[in-house]
Design a binder for this molecule. Structure first.
Ligand SMILES: C[S@@+](CC[C@H](N)C(=O)[O-])C[C@H]1O[C@@H](n2cnc3c(N)ncnc32)[C@H](O)[C@@H]1O
Length: 282
């Protein structure tokens, strides 16, 4: 097989494995499970699911994938039982598009995701770099590795009532994420971990330049912390990707506020019902 076809086949296989698309019917009961979010919040289900999760038990939908499951999975709806990322294939394809565009145009800088969960989107970035023989860029993973912060309601009223910090399934340790990279033979010294709350790690992170920043911290505070520290380091021609713009109004507000305060006018493009991105031009 000629090289380009082999590369394409590897990247598609990696994407499908990381999203666990073939098991799209198997998802966990979480606040974002298809059609189950409202149910989840009632009758102490959240408490029950968290207690089970602490003991390593899960409530799962164990179906063979239907066309609807596949559609949900491609849109990142529902958290895959054994997948390494929850963002779905459309947002994964957007990562590939952005990575290959910055490589083709020699846009300088590293890549970062703020909010990595099991690490699948960053494993994908590292895999695409490897497949393209681009071994000179770092992939940074910023996360608390212990879930979301409690909302700071006085400083960020937009996050008032956000209870994602209580969700046990969102706590994934750094060791587990590193092991996930190892499973794909993609853990090396180009993979850099920034462990801690974004407000503490991002302002002093030893990153010189970025060609791609992917923000997936869900909340106003987490999104704003990412924009404030990382946008000034984003190269012209580089990409800013926002995972939760369509799904979480507080995240969209942080993006709109930051863009307005900083005179950013590049068009925001739609990836799917939630993901958005733009290319920095000035
Ligand atoms: C929705 S998950 C990310 C999903 C992931 N990008 C994927 O591909 O599946 C959100 C992640 O953001 C992290 N997070 C959110 N806000 C944070 C903050 N302020 N500081 C550190 N970590 C944060 C959580 O620990 C969690 O791992």
């Amino acid at each position: 097989m000629e090289n380009n076809r082999l590369k394409d086949a590897y990247i598609k296989l990696l994407r499908d494995h990381l999203t666990d698309i073939h098991n799209a019917g198997k998802w966990e009961l979480t606040p974002y499970a298809p059609g189950q979010g409202v149910f989840y919040k009632r009758w102490g289900i959240n408490f029950l699911v968290n207690q089970l999760a602490k003991r390593k038990f899960k409530i799962i939908s164990d179906n063979a994938a239907t066309a609807k499951d596949l559609e949900n999975q491609s849109n990142g709806i529902g958290w895959p039982l054994n997948g390494y990322t929850m963002i779905g294939t459309k947002r994964m394809d957007n990562i590939r598009h952005c990575v290959e565009d910055v490589l083709a145009n020699d846009v300088p800088g590293d890549f970062i995701e703020t909010g990595v969960w099991r690490g699948g989107a960053c494993i994908f970035m590292r895999g695409i770099l490897m497949a393209n023989g681009a071994e000179d860029r770092n992939v940074w993973l910023a996360d608390s590795f212990q879930g979301l912060p409690k909302p700071s309601e006085e400083e960020y009223p937009e996050d008032a009532g956000d209870d994602l910090y209580t969700v046990e399934q969102l706590r994934v340790s750094k060791e587990d994420v590193a092991r996930n990279f190892e499973r794909f033979n993609l853990l090396d010294d180009r993979v850099k971990f920034l462990k801690g709350w974004f407000k503490d790690t991002l302002p002093t992170a030893p990153i010189e330049k970025l060609a791609l920043a992917r923000l997936d911290g869900d909340m106003y505070e987490s999104t704003m912390d990412g924009l404030k520290s990382l946008y000034p380091k984003l190269s012209l021609g580089g990409y800013m990707i926002i995972d939760d713009y369509g799904a979480i109004p507080a995240c969209a507000k942080a993006v709109n506020d930051y863009r307005k305060e900083n005179g950013i006018t590049e068009e925001i493009k739609e990836i799917d019902w939630s993901g958005r991105f733009w290319k920095r031009e000035k």
